[in-house]
Write a new protein. Structure first.
Length: 404
């Protein structure tokens, strides 16, 4: 009735056997066969069986649910990563792809990271991605702008204080940023602005993983991942005596450098599209960029990096009259004097009668001047006009000599 035959197996092996048997109708039993010996011979076999059909079905269901749960977990993980990539780290360039790859590689280690790059390149966005892609993402992410806190308040903000520590203090005391970020992440933006005496205390937190509140005598253990960022050359500050060398080495375990926007112009189009979409939703607009307007954006040097691009897109969305943003809308925003100068120069190309050589030279000069205003770089102008960079340089020098 049940397979395998436990009695036959027990007779053959002459010892206790435990197996699971299955009946013809799909039922299952858990059976134990015990041989009974008399004078060295098996005289009988006692079999005890328990119906586990329902238990077995429940186990199968549990295994199925667990597999589905793992699948859902994986999907959630992928969605979370996609969400960060979609809503924060917008890029198309190989340089930023390398940065993102590096971020993913180090997200789940606790090593201290310092993010380097100019103002507005997106250091905080990368710091948030590091936290969200880490195992600490269910715990607090605390951002501290070291340059925005008055010097007399930095210690109390970072490390907290006990009740009655100083006049005006909260009577209950206050936890500092490191305590607030316990098991999570502290992002120290503009860490180069910390005074030297605070740098010593920060070094202790990194080394000992503990803080002492102002007015307190007991240390408190903190489990905090530290990410720092700066737009300055920390090593130069060390050489100038404005930043501690020991803290420099503690912070610079894993440096991540974000290139400026002018070095990754492939990112301008996707970033512009992202900002435009958000602003259209925010202001209930339906604006779009023409190819010529995007070309103007890509020709600009962006000293303020991604932050400046975001501000320019917002200004275009708010101030442009038509839904289709053209190059003529973009130029005055990037180059405030462009409109007046362009009209003057276009009029100047219609010349009076003069020697042909002089006329050609003036037309060339005016075209190059317009090109420099429109595209911003001599390399781009030389490409568009089909002349050598050397010609552009000579005409530019001539413009400067004339005081144009």
């Amino acid at each position: 009735m049940f397979q395998p035959n436990i009695v036959a197996d027990c007779l053959k092996k002459e010892k206790k056997i435990t197996i699971m048997q299955e009946g013809r109708n799909g039922s299952r039993v858990w059976s134990v066969a015990n041989p009974v010996f008399y004078e060295g011979q098996i005289t009988k076999i006692v079999v005890i069986s328990r119906d586990i059909t329902e238990v077995s079905m429940l186990q199968q269901k549990l295994n199925k649910v667990q597999k589905e749960s793992e699948g859902f977990k994986q999907q959630l993980h992928e969605l979370k990563n996609h969400s960060v990539g979609k809503n924060k780290l917008i890029y198309h360039s190989q340089k930023m792809a390398h940065v993102v790859e590096q971020v993913k590689k180090v997200a789940n280690v606790d090593s201290t990271i310092v993010i380097l790059g100019g103002s507005g390149v997106g250091k905080e966005v990368v710091a948030q991605a590091l936290h969200e892609w880490s195992n600490r993402n269910v715990y607090p992410y605390v951002r501290v702008n070291c340059g925005a806190i008055p010097e007399q308040l930095i210690e109390s903000e970072l490390f907290g204080y006990e009740k009655g520590a100083f006049t005006g203090a909260d009577p209950k005391g206050k936890a500092g940023y490191f305590e607030q970020a316990h098991q999570g992440t502290v992002f120290l933006d503009e860490v180069s602005e910390l005074p030297l005496n605070m740098q010593v205390k920060l070094l202790r937190v990194i080394q000992e993983q503990e803080v002492t509140r102002i007015g307190g005598t007991k240390t408190k253990s903190v489990d905090t991942r530290i990410i720092a960022a700066t737009n300055k050359d920390l090593w130069k500050l060390v050489q100038d005596g404005r930043f501690r060398e020991d803290l420099y080495y503690r912070l610079n375990v894993i440096p991540i450098r974000i290139p400026p926007l002018r070095e990754r112009k492939e990112d301008i189009a996707p970033l512009s599209s992202y900002f435009l979409s958000n602003l259209n939703q925010l202001y209930n607009k339906d604006k779009s960029l023409s190819a010529e307007a995007l070309e103007v954006l890509e020709g600009y040097e962006w000293p303020g990096n991604v932050r400046e691009l975001q501000n320019v897109i917002e200004r275009l969305v708010v101030t442009s009259h038509d839904d289709f943003i053209q190059a003529e809308n973009t130029l005055p925003v990037l180059y405030p004097d462009t409109e007046a100068k362009t009209k003057t120069k276009k009029a100047a190309i219609t010349l009076d009668f003069m020697p042909l050589k002089q006329a050609i030279e003036e037309v060339e000069t005016k075209l190059i001047s317009l090109g420099l205003e429109k595209y911003g770089t001599a390399a781009k102008v030389s490409e568009v006009l089909g002349v050598s960079p050397a010609t552009i340089s000579r005409r530019r020098k001539k413009l400067l000599d004339k005081g144009d």
